[in-house]
Design a protein around this ligand. Structure first.
Ligand SMILES: Cc1cc2nc3c(=O)[nH]c(=O)nc-3n(C[C@H](O)[C@H](O)[C@H](O)COP(=O)(O)O)c2cc1C
Length: 188
């Protein structure tokens, strides 16, 4: 299998983010043909079309668009904010979808993991994040789904995701994602 470069986007900007801990575990447990790296979205100014129309794009846009364009697929790990996914993540999607005709996400495979302190696994955020993927043309893995509830109870005192059954699940999830990435990549 050829090596695939995967960007990991975390919807939370919080220093002690539980979603980031989940993302780190997913990276650690991923199969060998996936090289995963964390992408930063917190430095992206709110999308304003004037930047593109006037060709005054912020340096962070230039960097992020080039990063997205260079990657083979994406893993999104998102918390739920008021029954949807956080604005920071939507902003990142918008930034790399423009200027018009230059959608850097186009055709690349993705997968979504959601996590929350609550009991419902941030299912609303997870499903809401699938909505923009239709227009961005990011084919999202359908199964297995990953809704992680009570995420704080799955970490050790250092903030590492240590819960054995969750780690086993994430490993299985990442193996499925590996198959998905190669299936979609081979189809292009
Ligand atoms: C603005 C805001 C809205 C939230 N809304 C929800 C929600 O709708 N559903 C939910 O399960 N948790 C909600 N939460 C709690 C988050 O799941 C919790 O803060 C979680 O730890 C955030 O992820 P992080 O640890 O990666 O920052 C909300 C938190 C914030 C800050």
């Amino acid at each position: 299998m050829s090596q695939k470069q995967i960007g990991v986007l975390v919807g939370s900007l919080r220093a002690g983010s539980y979603c980031r801990a989940v993302a780190n575990a997913a990276i650690e447990l991923a199969p060998a043909s996936l090289t995963l790296r964390m992408l930063e979205i917190g430095d992206l100014p709110l999308y304003n079309q004037d930047f593109d129309d006037n060709k005054t794009q912020p340096e962070a846009y230039v960097r992020f668009r080039a990063e997205i364009a260079s990657l083979d697929g994406f893993l999104f790990v998102t918390p739920e904010y008021n029954r949807s996914f956080p604005a920071a993540l939507k902003n990142a999607l918008d930034v790399a979808s423009r200027p018009y005709g230059h959608n850097a996400w186009n055709g690349k495979p993705g997968a979504i993991i959601s996590a929350t302190l609550g009991t419902m696994g941030a299912v609303s955020a997870n499903l809401a994040l699938r909505h923009p993927m239709v227009f961005l043309n990011v084919p999202i893995m359908q199964q297995p789904e990953a809704y992680i509830g009570k995420v704080d109870s799955l970490l050790d005192e250092h903030g590492k995701l240590t819960n054995a059954s969750t780690r086993k699940f994430l490993q299985t999830y990442m193996e499925a994602f590996e198959r998905w990435v190669h299936t979609i990549s081979d189809a292009h």
